[in-house]
Ligand binder design. Sequence first.
Ligand code: ADP
Length: 552
Amino acid sequence: MNPPSPYRQLAKRMIVTALAVALAPLYIMGAAIYFYYSLTEQERTREEIRTQVVNRASSIQVFLAERTSLLEVLVNTANLGDLTRPGRLQQVFGLLNRRSWSFMDLGIIDHNGDHLVYVGPYPLEHENYKAARWFQETMQRGVYVSDVFLGARGVPHFVIAVKHEDGDNPWILRATIDSDVFTKLVQLAQLGLSGDAFIVNREGLYQTPPRFGGKVLDPSGIDLKTVPPGVSVSLRVDGQGRERMMAFTWLPKEDWLLVIIRDPAESLGPMTLARNVEIAVLSLGSLLIVAAILFLVRLLVRQLEAADRQRADCDAQLVHSARLVSMGRMAAGVAHEINNPLAAIGELAGLMDDLMDEQFVNSNPRGPKFKQNLAKIQSHVERARAVTHRLLGFARRMEPRQDSVDLNEALEETCSFLEKEAMFKQVTIDKDLDPSLPRIKTDRAQLQQVFLNLLNNALDAVKEGGHIRLSTRAVGGYLEALVADDGPGIPPELKDRIFDPFFTTKGPGQGTGLGLSISHSIMQKLGGELVFESQPGKGATFIARLPKVIGE
Ligand code: ADP
């Protein structure tokens, strides 16, 4: 597996950092706002349910107090003889229920627990209540509101009983409260879809039925030891394991606890909607931010990569140019050192040639061979000298002359030197010269030297019967001369080396490897450049490019 590119790593790091910087505050703020508002909302619900439990408790209290005081007034103002008259208690019962039908029955019980009179739907006239708890409590306290109990009738109910003090013969007025009316009063606090309200006694038994799962006198499951005195609100887990907001208050009757229950999620309904909207907005925002960051980081890294690549190309070109320069200098130094011994060898060979006159040659059997070899030495010295001269010319800092040159004319003239050789090799030279090119200011001789090298190389490259095409054209602020051939082309692995001094692929005695390097340096001196295009197997095209400096 390839190691990840540094640009990918950079992009990754940039994306992660930008996302963290852009999204983290957004999420933190979103969460903070949500928690702040849900806390506020919870506090509001808590206050609401507290007010509700207080109000409901006072309504219940008023209900009970009203009925108790009615009975008290009656007990303390009426006399027993009057009340036990036939039909009298029925009359009083009707009067009591005139305002609200909340009394189920009414009875007068003597101090032995026997019914003296009874008005109501149950056959209780002959009941004795001496053992009943409510009877004993009333005898003791004077006024008593009982818990809910089944009693003789076997139906859950509760009673309010008031004692009339009458020396040794006290009697009790007892009323049963209609549990439907009382239950409705409590159930008014059952709000929403899941709200509940009921009363439990000290033993934790339902005194009014709960809304869900349970009936009167069932155990409520509320641990009364954990309920503080007075009014309290707390989040608790109910019998089904659900979290519920519960408000409690002890009714002034002291042994009844009013319980109001709410589902916090229900009262947080609008909050949940707000949270969902917030999450949707945040998600959309995050998506947009992520898309923008990805787009920008990719753009940035791509530009960075392109800039780096460009710089690397420039660096490579610089290194190449520096190498050319240093090799050129070295070549010039070597040429200079060799030039003097070459001159001496040449001169001595000339001297020896003068000495070897006809007489000397003929008098010695090896004379002709000597003469022949001397001529070879002279020719090789001449060749070597030509090379060193070219080298020295290449390194010398000659200031280019400023001739007025017609590019087409210069190219054609150079070509004419080689036409014979081309004909001999059966190479066709086509020309496509742009006649509208302007004359430019440049060094004619040096330019022709470049053309000569390029044409020589092209002739070397093509096979017998090959083609060379010369053309000129104007491109932007430059004029270009192109020398194209249909030879073997330049293999990619040599592309970086063909401008190096002494680089040649030609056999010994055929190439010096100086033609292209000299041409390259000439073109640079003239303010232009020498480049090439080549597809191996399809030939090569060398382009000499010169600035369009118009000259008359
Ligand atoms: P030389 O011609 O003495 O070898 P150059 O510097 O002129 O030196 O050329 C260097 C090398 O570049 C050549 O040896 C040859 O391999 C390659 N070359 C130059 N021109 C062409 C061409 N037109 N087609 C193919 N190869 C070429």
